[in-house]
Design a protein around this ligand. Structure first.
Ligand code: HEC
Ligand code: HEC
Length: 278
């Protein structure tokens, strides 16, 4: 209890700092809140936001940033379409003030006006992440234990389907296929600077994940995704084979019963004939 109080205070303070950010500082707001998932000029966890202020109205964007899930639930056509395109990955709600939103949208609008070469050439392609078997093992261990900074275990909020991992919490999304959904860069981005309030509060300041922990947890989650997929395909095959085997056994049984019935009735006919000849 005494440990969680400073964490909560830190989280509340962080939220206050976010909302107090000066209105002029759209770029800073973007960097602090959005870059875990959005990159200008490339797709990351979420879409490339280049040109978004021309694609959508100011009003739509303000509503979406306040509560994208609220818009999805209310059935907004564009919000549902982009949510489905991004495999139903949840973008967190941002309770920004109008002034902050104005600054943020001003910044996003200014990106459009830069010459195409400046924005398109900006992000160098990320080198592929390399994971060893030891990284995967360490990540599996970390997933189920307190992190080095004293943060809670991932498994207390998330479930993954992996041999050797206990069932996890249902407070947050199942992470078995998160690798397929958002990729290794996406996972590492989220773990490096968690954008979801619950996770941001859990891994903050002293309890933040180290770069090494981020790498190992990403290795584990990428491994679980591939491995479970292969196992699921394997178990489908086994189920199919058992199913077919079972069908053959049942058919054989039915055939036997019928044959018996037939034999009995043949004998019965013969008996009847013999009886008649007497
Ligand atoms: C945890 C990852 C994450 C964070 C953090 C995040 N987003 Fe998103 N964003 C997404 C995803 C995923 C989508 C795709 C739609 C969806 O899933 O709802 C999206 C969609 C959008 C869209 C709609 C784009 C379109 O083409 O219609 C806008 C605008 C947007 N985000 C702005 C922001 C801004 C501004 C911030 C920071 C204040 C931010 N996002 C932070 C993940 C994130
Ligand atoms: C206090 C609860 C909590 C803890 C602990 C926690 N998370 Fe999360 N996590 C969340 C919530 C809430 C979300 C937002 C998505 C959702 O609603 O499920 C999230 C989202 C994520 C996502 C993005 C999922 C997606 O599909 O977009 C990843 C990856 C993730 N967490 C990994 C981890 C890892 C790894 C750990 C351990 C270091 C961890 N989380 C610990 C609550 C938690």
């Amino acid at each position: 209890m005494t440990r969680t109080i400073p964490h909560l205070t830190a989280a509340v303070m962080a939220l206050m700092i976010v909302s107090m950010a000066t209105a002029q500082d759209g770029a800073a707001i973007f960097k602090q809140n959005c870059t875990a998932c959005h990159k200008i000029g490339a797709r990351l966890v979420g879409p490339d936001l280049t040109g978004v202020t021309e694609k959508q109205s100011d009003e739509w964007l303000r509503k979406f940033i306040h509560s994208s899930q609220g818009m999805v639930k209310s059935g907004d056509k564009d919000a549902v379409a982009i949510w489905e395109e991004f495999n139903k990955t949840t973008m967190p709600d941002f309770p920004f003030t109008d002034a902050d939103l104005t600054a943020l949208l001003g910044y996003l609008g200014s990106i459009n006006k830069q010459p195409a070469s400046a924005t398109v050439a900006a992000p160098a392609p990320e080198p592929p992440m390399v994971f060893t078997a030891a990284d995967v093992d360490q990540g599996r261990f970390l997933f189920q234990h307190r992190t080095s900074g004293g943060g809670p275990s991932c498994v207390s909020c998330h479930n993954v389907t992996d041999q050797g991992v206990v069932s996890g919490g249902l407070l947050a999304k199942d992470l078995t296929h998160v690798g397929e959904r958002i990729g290794d860069q996406g996972i590492a981005g989220i773990l490096g600077a968690p954008p979801f309030p619950a996770m941001a509060a859990a891994f903050n300041g002293r309890t933040a994940l180290t770069d090494k922990e981020v790498h190992q947890l990403t290795a584990f989650l990428m491994h679980v995704d591939k491995n479970t997929e292969a196992r699921e395909a394997g178990s489908m095959r086994t189920m199919l084979m058992w199913g077919l085997g079972g069908l053959v056994v049942i058919l054989l049984g039915v055939a036997l019963i019928w044959a018996r019935r037939l034999r009995r009735s043949v004998r019965h006919e013969i008996n009847a004939r013999q009886l008649r000849t007497i």
